[in-house]
Design a protein around this ligand. Structure first.
Ligand code: ZN
Length: 320
């Protein structure tokens, strides 16, 4: 049995797990990731966590093949974390994170961004098992993507390839939205949880139609609230998800033309709202993708439990 350490590192917590090469999580531990602005102190506490987990699970460090880390702004090339505004110790600098953690633990360490880690986990343990060409789209706070071509994640010249959430779409209402990346009308400004929440707020403020979204303070409206109101039958809320699905379908057709994937796999918190956006997504995908491109990719949802997927994906980095 081979073991790996998988770490899902986010703005507030770091979830560290020992996983097996069959995709089982032996044990895991959570620590806060935002209590210091010194990356060395944080890496030391991560290293202590790994030592404690191994001891508790009675697993010899020698049988661990490596540490894989999924982290926002993580660059596989060089194992760096670059200008990660959401990490208290990672702002405004480039940190050789993989090297530092490897030196501190004595175990090989690789890292990549969180969306790429999700794609690797899907390929190793999820619905993309056995596929050599697929795209994993993570619908969360943003829209992340991992693109696997010919069995390998694509990284491009600088490690940043496949950022499909930052492809632009035609704004549905003719007004544009500025993205965190500085461009206008990126897919994620409409189709992420943040984008759907913004659509909800704008509708609550501006629409002349009747909507239960007007019962909320606009700043309190989240993607979840829009979903709940849609479920209760609010037409305006339903239309927000329908529109997000339409834009996703249009974008998926573009991705399919470029990459010829066997499947596009949807993952992330927003996937829970699929009954509200999937019909329009499928419809718009069908209208925009023609059989001239021959292979019609399947549109699938991740089969990995969300809480485990990030650890499994990160660990996959060193297991593949
Ligand atoms: Zn963008």
């Amino acid at each position: 049995m081979k073991y790996a350490i998988g770490i899902d590192l986010g703005a507030t917590t770091a979830k560290t797990g020992i996983i097996t090469d069959t995709g089982k999580i032996v044990d895991y531990n959570l620590i806060a990731s935002n209590t210091t602005d010194d990356e060395h102190l944080f890496i030391n506490s991560l290293s202590d966590t790994i030592t404690a987990l191994c001891r508790k699970s009675n697993i010899d460090r020698g049988s661990i093949v490596g540490i894989g880390v999924g982290i926002p702004k993580g660059n596989f090339f060089g194992g760096t974390v670059e200008y990660a505004q959401n990490l208290t110790w990672g702002r405004d600098k480039v940190i050789p994170f993989a090297n530092l953690l490897s030196r501190s633990t004595g175990i090989k360490c690789l890292l990549t961004n969180d969306a790429n880690a999700a794609a690797l986990g899907e390929m190793q343990f999820g619905v993309a098992r056995g596929m050599s060409n697929f795209i994993e789209i993570t619908l969360g706070t943003g829209v992340g993507a991992g693109v696997v071509v010919d069995g390998r994640l694509i990284y491009g010249a600088n490690g940043m390839a496949g950022e499909l959430g930052h492809c632009t779409v035609r704004p549905p209402d003719g007004k544009s939205r500025v993205c965190t990346c500085g461009r206008r009308d990126c897919l994620e400004t409409y189709c992420s949880a943040t984008g759907v929440a913004l659509s909800g707020r704008l509708q609550a403020l501006n629409t002349h139609s009747q909507t239960t979204l007007k019962h909320y303070k606009p700043e309190d409206i989240t993607a979840k609230i829009v979903y709940e109101e849609a479920l209760k039958g609010d037409i305006v809320s339903r239309e927000i998800y329908r529109e997000a699905g339409r834009l996703l379908g249009e974008a998926f057709a573009e991705f399919a033309v470029v990459f010829s994937p066997e499947a596009i796999v949807i993952f992330g918190g927003m996937a829970k709202a699929k009954d509200m956006f999937l019909p329009s997504l499928i419809d718009s995908f069908g209208q925009n993708f023609t059989e001239a491109y021959r292979l019609v990719p399947k549109i699938l949802f991740s089969s990995l439990p969300e809480a485990d997927a990030a650890i499994l994906g990160a660990g996959s980095l060193v297991l593949i």
